[in-house]
Design a binder for this molecule. Structure first.
Ligand code: PGA
Length: 250
């Protein structure tokens, strides 16, 4: 079974509800009837009601950029999986490099969040990737394996089907510096082999591994032509509807 590509927009901390609505007004007609790939948008939590309501009945899923590992509790400033589901989020990013870098999110926290998402039926996109110093020191493979093993601790093969992985080399995020299709495919290969070691060949063969890091309309086709690349997680170039629609239609 070929893996269906997932093209995901990470809006980060951008857009007001009005701007999100304008995006939806122009984006949805541009991708209407597009069934080759899955499309998902990841806005800030405060935008979820607007985006979910605009996407109703459309071929576009909506998810969160982050969630807490507890289903509820005294965690000021956080958002729970129950709250996200109640407003219509069906997916969530977990362990984005900006969460790891600025909010001290460790592999152990990523692991707890992954368990929570799976328990509650939310599709998790687990983000991994090396920083520049790690790549230059030749440690990319070791870093990716550690991140995957940490994230997947205690996950049973039978529960892993919904998991999506996103390979996002930190040196390529928001820098305009994209991994070449070959560099990305090599990292994806390492990740898939590690998933196979942990969860078996069948789970690994079915798992989608997205690439993220300065994906743009100009480079999406070459990246997505790689067999190992099962979609894209797009930051900057997902903020404008025409640019993100062009990536969806790579
Ligand atoms: P970018 O961000 O496309 O702006 O590099 C990707 C991401 O952080 O998910």
């Amino acid at each position: 079974m070929p893996r269906k590509a997932l093209i995901a927009a990470n809006w980060k901390m951008y857009k007001t509800p009005g701007q999100a609505q304008s995006f939806m007004d122009t984006f949805l007609p541009l991708v209407a009837g597009h069934t080759r790939d899955e499309i998902a948008l990841f806005p800030s939590p405060v935008l979820l009601p607007t985006v979910v309501s605009a996407a109703e009945g459309a071929n576009v899923a909506v998810g969160a950029q982050n969630m807490h590992f507890a289903a509820e509790g005294a965690y000021t400033g956080e958002t729970s999986v129950l709250q996200l589901k109640a407003v219509g989020a069906t997916h969530t990013l977990i362990g984005h490099s900006e969460r790891r870098q600025y909010f001290a999110e460790s592999d152990a926290i990523v692991n707890k969040k992954l368990h929570t998402a799976l328990q509650h039926g939310v599709v998790p996109i687990v983000c991994v990737g090396e920083v520049l110093e790690e790549r230059e020191a030749g440690h990319t493979g070791a870093v990716l394996k550690t991140q995957i093993a940490g994230a997947f601790a205690g996950i049973a093969p039978g529960a892993a089907t919904p998991i999506v992985v996103a390979y996002e080399p930190v040196w390529a995020i928001g820098t305009g510096r994209t991994a070449t299709p070959e560099i990305a495919a090599e990292a994806h290969h390492i990740l898939r082999a590690e998933v196979a070691r942990l969860l078996g060949a069948e789970v690994a063969a079915a798992m989608r591994i997205l690439y993220g890091g300065s994906v743009k309309p100009e480079n999406a086709t070459a990246l997505l032509a790689q067999d190992e690349i099962d979609g894209a997680l797009v930051g900057g170039a997902s903020l404008k509807s025409d640019s993100f629609a062009a990536i969806v239609q790579y």
